[in-house]
Design a protein around this ligand. Structure first.
Ligand code: KG4
Ligand code: ZN
Length: 375
C-alpha cells in the first residue's frame, strides 16, 4: 500500500520565495527520515524551495499512541524511493543537476536514519556528488535562515542572520542554544528530563486526545481557561537556563486521577490551557535567564528564534514575540510548515554546510545520539 505513488502525501511548498533557481545558485537534494516523516526537498542557495514532499507516517503510529521504531523503519523503506523520485520530478530535475546531496545522519530512530542516509550515500556514490551528513537538530536550528516568519505568520523574507538565541523544542529535544554560525552551537540550557514535545504528547495521551499531542492541546487550549488548574513551574525559582517538564507531567497525572471521567469538553479545554500556560511560563523564564547569560550578552544576538515541532505552538510563539520585544530583539520562527520534521530543513543545512566545506570525506556511521555541541 504505502509504496504506491497515490499514497505519498504531497506537501507541495511551491517555489517559496520566487521560483526557478538562478544560474549561480547551488542546488541541494535533502532527505529526512529520523522519526515518522519520510521527506525530501530540493532547495537552492538563494533560499528557494523548488520541490518538497513529506510522507507522514502519523496515521500508522496513531493507534499505538506514539512512534513505533520498527514500524517507522519499515515505512521509510517502502516510501523513500517514491518520495525522492517525486521530489526530483516535481522540480523537473535529475540527480545529476544537484550540486550537493544531504541527509539526516542522526540523532533519531536509527532504523529510519539508516534508510535515508543509505539512499543519499548511494546517490552520491553513483554520481560523484558531494555528500553532507546533516545533524537533524542542525536542520531545525538553521531552517529559520531559509524561511522565517513573525508570530502571526507574516513572512520575514531575509531569513535570520547569525548570531541568534534559539529555543529548540521538538518531540525529542529541548534546549536553548546560542547559534553563532554554521557548526557553532553553544548550549545555554537543556532539559533535565522530558522534552517540551514529550510533555505535550504525554498529557494529550492522558486526556485521550491521541498522537501527536501538541497540535490538539494547542487547539483545545485556545478555548480554555489557563488559570483553572494549578500546574507547577519547575526550576523557575532557580538560577540557570535548564528545563524540567516531568513534574508538570506528574501533576497532570495526579489531577486527572482525582477527576472523575468522562471529562467534559470544558474540563479538557481548561486542562490543556492550564498545562500549556505552565510550559509557556517555563520557556519564558528560562529564556529570560539565557538573555542574561554572560556568553549571550557578549555575543549580543539580535534575534530570538524558536524552532522544532513545538515551535508551531501559538502561545509559545506569541509569548516569545512579547519577550523579544521587551528585550529589544526581533522574534522569528520558521513558517508553520517548516517547524515539524521536513526535508527542506535538511536540504538547507546541506547548502549551509557545503558552503563552508563541511562535506563527508570518508564513510561515517549514522548516530542515534549526536549532540549539536559535538559538531
Ligand atoms: O520536530 P518534530 O517534528 O520531531 C522531532 O524532531 O521530535 O516535533 C514533533 C513534536 C511532537 O511532540 C508534537 O506534539 C509537537 O512537536 N508539536 C507541537 C505542536 N505541533 C507539533 N507542540 C505544541 N504545540 C503544537 N502546535
Ligand atoms: Zn525534529
Amino acid at each position: 500500500m504505502m509504496n504506491t505513488e497515490e499514497n505519498i502525501i504531497k506537501m507541495d511548498m511551491g517555489a517559496m520565495n520566487g521560483g526557478d533557481k538562478s544560474a549561480d545558485a547551488l542546488l541541494c537534494l535533502g532527505i529526512e527520515s529520523s522519526c515518522d516523516e519520510t521527506s525530501a526537498a530540493i532547495v537552492d542557495s538563494n533560499q528557494n524551495i523548488l520541490s518538497h514532499i513529506i510522507y507522514s507516517q502519523i496515521p500508522e503510529h496513531q493507534k499505538y499512541g506514539g512512534v513505533v521504531p520498527e514500524l517507522a523503519a519499515r515505512a521509510h523503506i517502502l516510501a523513500i524511493d517514491t518520495v525522492v523520485r517525486q521530489t526530483l520530478a516535481a522540480a523537473g530535475k535529475s540527480i545529476s543537476d544537484m550540486d550537493v546531496i544531504a541527509a539526516t545522519a542522526g540523532p533519531g530512530l536509527i532504523g529510519g536514519v539508516l534508510i535515508g542516509w543509505l539512499a543519499a550515500t548511494g546517490m552520491a556514490q553513483a554520481t560523484g556528488k558531494p555528500l553532507v551528513a546533516v545533524n537533524h537538530l542542525e536542520g531545525h536550528a538553521l531552517v529559520p535562515r531559509l524561511h522565517a516568519a513573525a508570530a502571526d505568520g507574516t513572512d520575514l523574507p531575509d531569513g535570520v542572520a547569525f548570531p541568534y538565541l534559539l529555543m529548540l523544542a521538538s518531540g525529542g529535544h529541548c534546549q536553548i542554544l546560542l547559534v553563532r554560525g554554521v557548526g557553532q552551537y553553544e548550549q545555554i540550557g537543556q532539559t533535565l528530563d522530558d522534552s517540551a514535545g514529550e510533555a505535550f504528547d504525554k498529557v494529550a495521551k492522558m486526556l485521550g486526545l491521541g498522537y501527536p499531542g501538541g497540535p490538539v492541546v494547542d487547539a483545545r487550549a485556545q478555548k480554555g481557561n489557563p488559570t483553572r488548574f494549578h500546574f507547577p513551574r519547575p526550576l523557575c525559582d532557580k538560577p540557570g537556563c535548564d528545563f524540567s517538564f516531568s513534574g508538570i507531567k506528574t501533576a497532570a497525572r495526579t489531577m486527572l486521577d482525582k477527576a472523575p471521567e468522562p471529562h467534559s469538553d470544558e474540563f479538557i479545554n481548561d486542562f490543556c490551557a492550564s498545562f500549556q500556560a505552565a510550559v509557556v511560563d517555563c520557556i519564558v523564564n528560562r529564556l529570560e535567564h539565557a538573555m542574561k547569560d554572560e556568553r549571550v550578552r557578549k555575543a549580543a544576538p539580535q534575534t530570538l528564534v524558536v524552532a522544532g515541532g513545538v515551535a508551531k505552538n501559538s502561545a509559545i510563539r506569541a509569548a516569545m514575540e512579547r519577550l523579544a520585544g521587551s528585550n529589544d530583539m526581533t522574534f522569528a520562527a520558521p513558517p508553520l510548515s517548516l517547524c515539524t520534521d521536513n526535508g527542506a530543513m535538511i536540504a538547507w543545512a546541506g547548502i549551509e554546510n557545503f558552503r563552508v566545506g563541511r562535506i563527508v570525506k570518508e564513510p561515517i556511521a549514522p548516530r542515534p545520539r549526536w549532540p549539536l555541541t559535538e559538531l
